[in-house]
Design a protein around this ligand. Structure first.
Ligand SMILES: [Zn+2]
Length: 426
């Protein structure tokens, strides 16, 4: 395959294999797979998407390579990332990781935060991520250093969102809750209010204050909620009950929701039906859940700790997959590659039809923001931003698919090449 040159914008890409979920109804199918597409660009936007035709000589030929719109990383922690080398927890599990993170904070200068967060953003961009949401820990009711330091970080082609991650106990006092929400609302662009909601800090009054202060300051929410295996974790069931009685004008993402998988089927269905009706998005974090839930030294974990993703999809709840922590006390590994997250979910959640259907879990911006989109990604008029996977195919993907061509506004911005194996057998 001859690659396009980064300097010049393309007129379009011919012969590209898009997933079935991305294609309009009635798209032709050959041998059970959607036929490849010709994408034409105009001024950095998609001008047309048509079934592939021969002899489109002005377009760059992708030779049937798989492609997706720009990828979404809906849940990261850029303030903590890349600290595992200096801060490794002595015990397994979530609460020990939180303790280690507090010890590591002594190193969090503006230079340290910038260097680590920039590295994470650069990795994500090279992998094809165009939207990255990071949670940032708050330690009292005023914005922490990382909140302002990370606001100034830019990476071409990537929109960065910040979520203020405060423990639920900070919202116990209504005035403090309001101060936090106000500070978030006056934070410039792309911000949300968050919270860490867990059996260890459960407080329904604080939850009410959190919801009311978010409403008052017109904030969207992204909550770390029920990141545990307790069948009686209160967060999601309380939230479902609250939303069924109180209107909330913003959009809500619920991250983790592990405990949904521990309770009864009936309990889960009641919660999921309310979340579906309220258009709440569920974000599953399979890698950190597998690592941190049911984690005991020298014992093989029995429980997977991942939320009820399939049941949520069946209920019509928008669902996304995120990486969560990367190379820190919570998760020693990680790559900022949504394909790695999806590959993990493929096995942990036994996903089917991964490229044609489940690839949506790593590029659905509408699910993240809750904002209605004018059409499907890569529809005519949308940004000509996409990721190609040369050398892969719909059965291999997302495994063995590290090679990438990333396009923004019709121009090649990142390229990781893939070389055909050379046999040395004689
Ligand atoms: Zn998280």
């Amino acid at each position: 395959m001859n690659f396009p040159t980064p300097a010049s914008p393309l007129k379009g890409i011919a012969n590209v294999r898009l997933p079935a979920w991305l294609l309009p109804a009635g798209w032709p199918v050959h041998k059970g797979e959607p036929v490849t597409a010709d994408l034409r660009f105009d001024a950095g936007k998609i001008a047309s998407v048509m079934p592939c035709q021969p002899e489109q000589d002005d377009l760059w030929d992708a030779h049937g390579a798989l492609a997706l719109p720009g990828l979404t990383e809906p849940h990261a922690h850029l303030d903590k990332t890349f600290t595992i080398g200096r801060s490794r927890p002595s015990k397994p599990g979530l609460l020990a990781a939180i303790e280690t993170m507090h010890q590591d904070r002594q190193h969090w200068t503006p230079a340290d935060l910038h260097q680590r967060a920039r590295r994470g953003m650069a990795w994500a961009a090279a992998n094809g991520v165009t939207r990255l949401r990071t949670h940032i820990d708050w330690f009292d009711d005023t914005p922490p250093l990382a909140w302002t330091a990370l606001a100034t970080i830019t990476q071409p082609g990537v929109t960065l969102e910040r979520v203020a991650l405060a423990p639920l106990s900070f919202f116990a006092d209504a005035d403090v809750a309001d101060r936090i929400a106000r500070a978030v609302a006056l934070s410039g662009n792309h911000y949300l209010l968050g919270g860490f909601i867990h059996s260890s800090n459960w407080d329904p009054t604080a939850m009410t204050h959190l919801m009311r202060s978010a409403s008052r300051w017109q904030l969207n929410l992204d909550l770390h909620i029920d990141e545990e295996l307790s069948p009686v974790a209160h967060g999601l069931s309380w939230l479902a009950h609250y939303l069924s009685e109180n209107p909330f004008s913003g959009h809500i993402c619920c991250s983790h929701g592990c405990a949904l998988a521990s309770g009864s089927e009936q309990q889960a269905q009641e919660v999921l039906s309310v979340l579906a009706a309220q258009r709440v998005t569920l974000i599953a974090l399979p890698m950190t859940n597998l690592l941190l839930q049911d984690a005991v030294t020298h014992r093989t974990p029995r429980q997977r700790g991942i939320t009820l993703l399939k049941e949520a999809q069946t209920a019509g709840i928008p669902v996304l997959l995120g990486c969560d922590n990367v190379q820190d006390a919570f998760c020693p590994a990680g790559s900022y590659d949504p394909l790695d997250t999806l590959a993990c979910a493929l096995f942990a959640l036994q996903l089917d039809n991964v490229f044609d259907q489940q690839s949506r879990l790593i590029c659905d911006v509408a699910a993240l923001t809750g904002e209605a989109q004018p059409g499907l990604p890569l529809a005519s008029g949308s940004e000509a931003s996409l990721v190609l996977f040369p050398g892969s195919d719909s059965l291999t993907w997302p495994l063995n698919s590290a090679a990438r061509l990333v396009f923004h506004h019709g121009r090649l911005t990142h390229q990781r090449t893939w070389n055909q194996e050379l046999s040395h057998e004689s």
